[in-house]
Design a protein around this ligand. Structure first.
Ligand SMILES: Cc1cc2nc3c(=O)[nH]c(=O)nc-3n(C[C@H](O)[C@H](O)[C@H](O)COP(=O)(O)OP(=O)(O)OC[C@H]3O[C@@H](n4cnc5c(N)ncnc54)[C@H](O)[C@@H]3O)c2cc1C
Length: 518
């Protein structure tokens, strides 16, 4: 149920809430759904600073990038109901055992436990057909692994990545879940270590205060850091003197390292085109074997993206299909017919493969158009941090923040290693060879990392720790020093694997939904 123009009277009429969730983005909507399912009688209110139509337009008002350029600060998040799930593709990837249990992982949670929460998330999201990597290997066919350095891994794609659509029923009809929109949470009041209320300001500058028994911050990595850093200055909060707030900010490092010179197109398509297995779309990628990974400081993954002279047509077709029924304009239909006719040969293959092979036909021209991408984990370092940008308080009662992103540089060692090993793996299997970008393998670590960019996976700033001195939240994501305040999202990651971050953030939210009622 959406409440759009709240005032103090309307809020008081709601009565005291059992839980307030800050942020109606990907994690906030998921949490509300799970908590409501487990406890259908309790009153949940979500406070969301954006509207029903998420937008990126507030990002430059709220934040800036300083240090290594961090594009996601301005472009990689959306504010509104559904949050950044309006922008993402919905690719889910699991962290691996070493990410949780390796010497420098920082995670006080073990892999087996997290695996059980991954499975709960798949079930909540209706992905009952999920299979193990070994099963996907069998479905794709055997590949030679003489060097035992590289294995395949598979990301799984959500059918409906937009969480506004996925949780539409909760948003529209569930009377136990109220979403107050156009309202920013800017303060929290405590009685001892117990939070009793939050202060908010609406877009038309009305101040309101909301009371509840439990408070969960699910306002995205940038949003949560902004709130915790701002309230360190303005309020008497338990984290006032915690110097870890904002520190160990991480993103994944991404870059195109060259192109694939395909030697056997049939083999390449067999092993690397996306496919549907038991109703789930999967994407094959290449990573280190566990033994090889344990000798590296960071994890990394390699995958392919495709360029074609029909790229713009393909983007337009995808958009038209997504918006089918919504945007019925003759001009758009003519454009769609023209685009479809341009790619007609591939279109026939696409339909054939979809119907008879459950495959996604990849469209590329053979020469230099299959790009080899690497995504790498970042080594968490203290001076990669989110900070307050200046002394001027914004109209919404928070301070502008700046992302001072910085990298250790040693990530380049694993990046170069996986690059060479993937090249060798593809050659041995007769699939092709990587034509590296000019001078790529000779680059210094610093130069190589300078060329790599962020990948919209903002993590850290409020990291989980085993004790209060080393982080901001405990292993149940409860804020150190507070008895009823939790943080949900990838801002708690002490380290962030190479894998896309959201599945692990959802798994932690699932776990939090159990622990916050203990
Ligand atoms: C282009 C793109 C592609 C991506 N692809 C993938 C992918 O394939 N796989 C993957 O795992 N991840 C991907 N990601 C990352 C993923 O989308 C995000 O990690 C995830 O959506 C974050 O969810 P969240 O709920 O933490 O934050 P958001 O979804 O950003 O939600 C936070 C919400 O909190 C609100 N808010 C903030 N501050 C306040 C406040 N003070 N008061 C009230 N409300 C507030 C915001 O308005 C926002 O609506 C991608 C991101 C982008 C941009």
């Amino acid at each position: 149920m959406i409440l759009s123009n709240p005032n103090q009277k309307k809020i008081e009429d709601l009565g005291p809430q059992d839980i307030i969730i800050v942020g109606a983005g990907t994690i906030g909507l998921y949490l509300a759904h799970v908590i409501n399912k487990k406890n259908p009688h309790i009153e949940i209110t979500i406070v969301e600073s954006g509207s029903e139509e998420p937008t990126q337009k507030f990002n430059s008002y709220l934040s800036e990038s300083k240090g290594k350029k961090h594009s996601g600060t301005l472009n990689g998040r959306a504010s509104g109901v559904g949050g950044t799930s309006h922008l993402w593709g919905g690719q889910l990837a699991e962290f691996e055992r070493l990410d949780f249990e390796g010497d420098s992982s920082g995670w006080p949670l073990d892999y087996e436990e997290m695996l059980s929460y991954y499975n709960k998330v798949y079930a909540q999201l209706g992905m009952r057909g999920i299979q193990s990597n070994e099963t996907y290997d069998k479905a794709y066919g055997k590949l030679t692994d003489v060097n035992k350095k590289i294995v395949r891994t598979y990301t799984r794609w959500l059918k409906e990545p937009n969480f506004y659509n996925f949780f539409k029923d909760d948003i529209r009809n569930n009377k136990k879940i109220k979403i107050i929109i156009n309202t920013t949470v800017n303060d929290i009041k405590f009685n001892g270590n117990k939070a009793i209320s939050i202060n908010c300001i609406t877009n038309n500058l009305v101040d309101i205060s909301l009371r509840a028994n439990r408070f969960i911050f699910a306002s995205g990595t940038m949003g949560i850091n902004q709130f915790f850093l701002s309230t360190q200055i303005t309020s008497n909060v338990p984290w006032k003197k915690n110097e870890n707030v904002g520190k160990y900010f991480q993103d994944h490092l991404g870059g195109v390292i060259g192109t694939l010179n395909i030697k056997n197109e049939k083999l390449f398509r067999k092993y690397f085109e996306n496919s549907w297995v038991k109703g789930i779309k999967v994407q094959p990628k290449l990573k280190f074997t566990s033994k090889n990974r344990s000798a590296q400081e960071t994890g990394a993954v390699a995958f392919f993206t495709y360029k074609s002279k029909y790229e713009n047509s393909i983007i337009r077709i995808k958009q038209s299909l997504k918006n089918i029924g919504k945007n019925f304009k003759v001009k758009n239909i003519i454009l769609l017919i023209r685009d479809l006719s341009l790619i007609r040969k591939d279109l026939i293959l696409m339909i054939y493969k979809f119907l008879f092979k459950k495959r996604v036909h990849a469209i590329f021209n053979l020469k230099n158009s299959v790009e080899v991408n690497i995504h790498s984990e970042q080594i968490p370092i203290e001076n990669s941090a989110i900070k307050i940008a200046n002394n001027n308080i914004l109209d919404n009662g928070l301070f502008k923040i700046q992302t001072c992103w910085s990298c250790n540089g040693n990530e380049a060692i694993s990046i170069k290693k996986i690059s060479k090993e993937v090249d060798s793996f593809l050659r041995i299997n007769g699939i092709g060879e990587v034509i590296f970008n000019d001078g790529y393998l000779e680059k210094s670590n610093t130069a190589l990392i300078n060329d790599f960019h962020d990948t919209n996976h903002q993590c850290g700033g409020l990291i989980i720790s085993e004790n209060q001195e080393n982080g901001v939240v405990d292993k149940n994501c409860k804020v150190w020093g507070a008895s009823n305040v939790w943080v949900a999202g990838s801002s708690v990651f002490p380290s962030s694997s190479y894998a896309n971050s959201t599945l692990t953030a959802l798994a932690l939210a699932e776990r939090l939904a159990e622990h916050c009622f203990e």
